[in-house]
Design a protein around this ligand. Sequence first.
Ligand code: GLN
Length: 188
Amino acid sequence: MRVGVLAIQGSVEEHIDKLKRLDGITPVEAKDKETLKRVDALILPGGESTAIGKMLNDFDLKDVIIELYRSGAPIWGTCAGMILMAKHIVNDDKVHLGIMDIKVRRNAYGSQLDSFTTKLSMPDVSKDEIDAVFIRAPYIEDVGENVKVLSRYNGKIVAAREGNLFATSFHPELTNDLSFYKYFLGLQ
Ligand code: GLN
């Protein structure tokens, strides 16, 4: 299975390193249309959603990602990637891919200095609590009826799934826990 990591900006290498640890997975740095067309699943990494969103437009990559979503390929947005997928962003007038029925708030936990690590309970994903790193993270304020909430932190939604779309506020590529990767790729 070829798993792409959108390689425009943000924590690309870290995701690739995690994917290398999974049997049967070929990680692929994807930054052009041809590569994106040939992946079986895609990770949209954390970084800066405004910058990545602008590049998606400039390099004309939006349609190929939307097509991938429509074909049923699993797509997972972590942090900025979650913002890119959202249909609604409460504190930004831009929508990027607009494919997931979630309403997100950017920088919901304050500035870079307010970044933190915690443990989250996520029964669908792992029987143990998962370490989660939040860096200028968004959270989800509201979800559409087809979205399943996977985890909350202090009452706010920080992980969710809508069919083949997965979103996390935190950065699983920065911890040693592979459970969300396995959940995303159906390897549990
Ligand atoms: N604050 C960033 C944004 O709004 C997301 C931060 C991250 O991906 N770590 O795009």
